[in-house]
Design a protein around this ligand. Structure first.
Ligand code: KDG
Ligand code: MG
Length: 403
């Protein structure tokens, strides 16, 4: 028994907002969990403070599965990004405590390493194909084995995935949502050209990825997948909205380009059909938005039965705590595919000192007990919360489009 005696949330903005849960046990051990939900940070913070923390006090921190079931089944209002991010934060913090008490890095508690390190992909973007590929070449120089390519689309002002700062990519950059214009026709013409030029310039010994960000209908996605086939992309991500999982049947009928989806998923129910019918190749659900390590392991176990591999979301709006949790998870599961890695800024890294390291295109979670990440509360207090939104997209006739 290791009784929980205190828990609190810490909200900080070292360049972008993060919400952290800290749980303390009676012997003074503490664990940290990420509860960041981009653009809705304070909703999760309030959910934790008002509705979860009071129920944790006095419970045994070692009963991770039981506390997960208690918060999920006991709440009546199940699922959704706010609830599942809050549960995830508790789950991460409890695994962190268990690892610290055992004196073992988390991946050892999850069954030990299945691989020596974790292949990651970086983000190259630019206003033009040339600029994007120059940035991609710089990633390749740094040892990256896989690179996501997003490029400006001729005739479209501002494109998803193309940022001002090419090194530290941050899409949530305004106090209220900026409005951008979207044209499916122009986009569908531009992406195959980007990939053709990429293979000519970067060769074939590097994995290339692309994120569509839910902007196509299934038949449009099928066409893009087919057009990209000659360039052998590693995956085409979020090619169409997935609320209706059957959407992917149509995409699958038309292309052999591997499909990845799931960064907005919150539970196994969001991907049950996608996995069971083998409509996707990579599931991108994350520790922080899909109920923590406990639930993500269930999703991965289910996916393994159907030859679906993982490709966890790892954007800058997931704190270093989530990144560490993902790396322990990635190292320990048999059906790992790839891990997204968008570097955090030095300010963020200073607030969240961590044991994970990058070398030659691969990440390793390190050998520190638990997650191997801490939060410097004094530094965190120097960066107060600042509201920030992702942009929204409208079609050329003004109608709202999918994010
Ligand atoms: O909060 C939203 C971002 O995490 C998202 O836009 C990034 O699509 C994304 C990705 O693949 O990293
Ligand atoms: Mg994405």
């Amino acid at each position: 028994m290791s009784k929980i005696i205190a828990a609190k949330t810490i909200v900080t903005c070292p360049g972008r907002n993060f919400v952290t849960l800290k749980i303390v046990t009676e012997d003074g051990t503490y664990g940290v969990g990420d509860a960041t939900l981009n653009g809705r940070e304070l909703a999760v913070e309030a959910y934790l403070t008002e509705h979860v923390i009071p129920c944790l006090i006095g419970r045994d921190a070692h009963t991770i599965e039981d506390i997960w079931q208690y918060l999920y089944k006991g709440a009546y209002w199940r699922r959704g990004p706010v609830t599942m991010s809050a549960i995830a934060a508790v789950d991460m913090a409890l695994w962190d405590i268990k690892g610290k008490v055992a004196g073992l890095p988390l991946y050892q508690l999850l069954g030990g390493a299945c691989r020596s390190s974790v292949m990651v992909y970086g983000h190259a973007n630019g206003e033009t194909i040339d600029e994007t590929l120059t940035n991609a070449a710089a990633y390749a120089q740094q040892g990256y084995k896989a690179i996501r390519l997003q490029s400006g689309v001729p005739g479209m002002k501002g494109t998803y995935g193309v940022s001002k700062d090419k090194f530290f990519y941050e899409p949530a950059d305004s106090d209220l949502p900026k409005e951008t214009i979207w044209s499916t026709e122009k986009y569908l013409r531009a992406v195959p050209e980007l990939f053709k030029a990429a293979r000519e310039r970067l060769g074939w010994d590097i994995h290339l990825l692309h994120d569509v960000h839910h902007r196509l209908t299934p038949i449009e996605a099928g066409r893009l997948g087919k057009d990209l086939e000659p360039y052998r992309p590693f995956w085409m991500e979020d090619c169409t909205p997935a609320e209706n999982q059957e959407n992917f049947r149509l995409v699958r009928q038309h292309t052999t380009t591997p499909l990845a989806v799931g960064e907005v998923f919150n539970s196994i129910w969001d991907c049950k059909t996608l996995i069971q019918e083998q409509l996707i190749d990579y599931i991108r659900a994350t520790v922080v938005h899909a109920g923590g390590i406990t639930h993500l392991r269930k999703i991965a176990g289910f996916a393994d039965l159907y030859n679906v591999r993982t490709g966890c979301h790892g954007a800058t709006d997931l704190s270093p705590i989530s990144m560490a949790a993902a790396l322990h998870f990635d190292l320990s599961i048999p059906n790992f595919g790839i891990q997204e890695y968008m570097r955090h800024t030095p300010e963020t890294d200073a607030v969240f000192p961590h044991a994970y390291t990058f070398e030659d295109g691969m990440l390793h979670p390190g050998e520190a007990p638990g997650l191997g990440v801490d939060i410097d509360e004094t530094l965190a207090a120097g960066h107060p919360y600042k509201r920030a939104y992702l942009p929204v997209a409208r079609r050329e006739d003004g109608a709202m489009h999918d994010w």
